[in-house]
Design a protein around this ligand. Structure first.
Ligand code: PRP
Length: 208
């Protein structure tokens, strides 16, 4: 099974195009990121397990399904923060575990600066949230951290990936599915995705 899924839904592509547009201001960028995330998660959650349960409706007894296992959302700071609110619309009771990672501008290597994961895993499913997968270094490092934590099911959910980063990610974590709205052309010499959308952290927080 191909572990990289591109979500080509027209509504997702429409919102992604507005996110890419350099005229889109931070307020609208944040709104779009919040709106698009549940649509990405809808596709990324088909494999969740359910259990059969009885349900009493106003008309009598029936059978239903309930999700099995606790869900954790793991946004990579800063840009992944903008996906949390939309993800919580899908999973209002999810645990949110932040990971702080930034890319060293010179080496492009990820630098971890925040990780408060407890010693034992508290979730069964973990959705790592980061809009951009460029060299793949941050995503690989985040999955390393969550695997060390001991979570059985891990999924990466993003907006745009570069082919170079996907290849690196597949090499490091072939067992972890990746869901994105687009795979773009290439990385430029500074490690930015082309055409991409620029720096997703700066565009949300007006710091570019
Ligand atoms: C960006 C982006 C990813 C990472 C992707 O974050 O949000 O986390 O770079 O690049 P990579 O695949 O080459 O690791 P950045 O380092 O700019 O930090 P920020 O979110 O705090 O702006």
């Amino acid at each position: 099974m191909d572990q990289v899924r591109i979500i080509r839904h027209p509504v997702v592509q429409h919102k992604l195009t507005e996110l890419r547009d350099l005229q889109t201001p931070p307020s609208r960028f944040r709104e779009l990121l919040r709106e698009i995330t549940p649509l990405l998660l809808y596709e990324a959650t088909w494999d969740l397990e359910v259990e059969e349960v009885p349900v009493r409706t106003p008309m009598g007894e029936g059978r239903g399904q309930r999700l099995r296992g606790a869900v954790g959302l793991v946004p990579i700071l800063r840009a992944g923060l903008g996906m949390v609110e939309g993800a919580l619309q899908v999973f209002p009771e999810a645990q949110v575990w932040h990971l702080g990672l930034y890319r060293d501008e010179r080496t492009l290597q990820p630098v971890a600066y925040y990780n408060r994961l407890p010693a034992q895993p508290t979730v069964t499913w973990c959705f790592i949230l980061d809009p951009m997968l460029a060299t793949g270094g941050s995503a690989v490092a985040a999955v390393d951290m969550v695997k060390r934590w001991g979570v059985p099911h891990i999924v990466f959910v993003g907006l745009i990936a570069a082919p170079e980063g996907l290849e690196r990610f597949r090499g490091a974590h072939p067992d972890v599915p990746v869901y994105v709205a687009a795979v773009d052309s290439h990385l430029n010499p500074h490690g930015f995705i082309v055409p991409g959308l620029g720096d997703a952290g700066d565009r949300q927080f007006g710091t570019g």
